[in-house]
Design a protein around this ligand. Sequence first.
Ligand SMILES: CC(C)(COP(=O)(O)OP(=O)(O)OC[C@H]1O[C@@H](n2cnc3c(N)ncnc32)[C@H](O)[C@@H]1OP(=O)(O)O)[C@@H](O)C(=O)NCCC(=O)NCCS
Length: 197
Amino acid sequence: MDYIEPPPDPKPDQKKYQRKFRKVRLKGKDESQIVIQKAQIRDVEEILELVNGFAASNLMLPRGPQYLYENIRDFVIASDKTVPVYGLTETREILYLIVACGSLHVLWEDIAEIRALAIHPEYQHLGLGSKLIEFMKQEAEQLGIRRLYTFTLTEDFFKTLGFKRQKRAELPAKVWGECSRCPKYFQCDEVGMVLEL
Ligand SMILES: CC(C)(COP(=O)(O)OP(=O)(O)OC[C@H]1O[C@@H](n2cnc3c(N)ncnc32)[C@H](O)[C@@H]1OP(=O)(O)O)[C@@H](O)C(=O)NCCC(=O)NCCS
């Protein structure tokens, strides 16, 4: 019998999830009002908007809701407490604009991958990307992980955080699983980078 590939992640509703970026009206960003925390289920739609906004420009791998729900515990978000996006929810909470996200995906006993790191264009160069990496680095250390790696187009950003470029052949085979989902698999322009913890 022929082997049939399992279906890929269902394509996110293009209109809903591939909206570029939520328009932000900024009076002046107050960095003390940006809070970093673990993501929750309610954050999935906004995370998808952020990640797929960059994926539309080929900067990141596109993600669908199934991937987000299954891996929500990997995700960390930053929200801007000066930009409410939903009024009071059922639980009487006000939800705020998610301006950045990233995820830490454990692959094996000693290695985890940084995935889906995305900072809203209006919030870049404020140190948010670095703070999210630091948050995930601490999580990795608590878990007993010894190495972080990522595939990226922004080598210089990761260099500032101590990551070093690594030849593809030197990366463990385990890291290639995610690549097989990437539309750029045969023309990969990303660089593998590793941080020893
Ligand atoms: C790359 C990205 C995560 C950086 O986040 P950020 O919050 O802007 O980064 P930080 O403010 O912590 O930057 C720290 C330093 O890293 C370097 N840096 C940041 N973004 C960079 C980029 N795009 N290219 C090269 N170096 C960069 C700079 O030296 C920066 O210091 P500076 O702001 O004083 O110049 C963000 O620009 C982004 O989301 N880009 C689009 C999606 C993407 O490429 N994600 C990475 C996928 S792996």
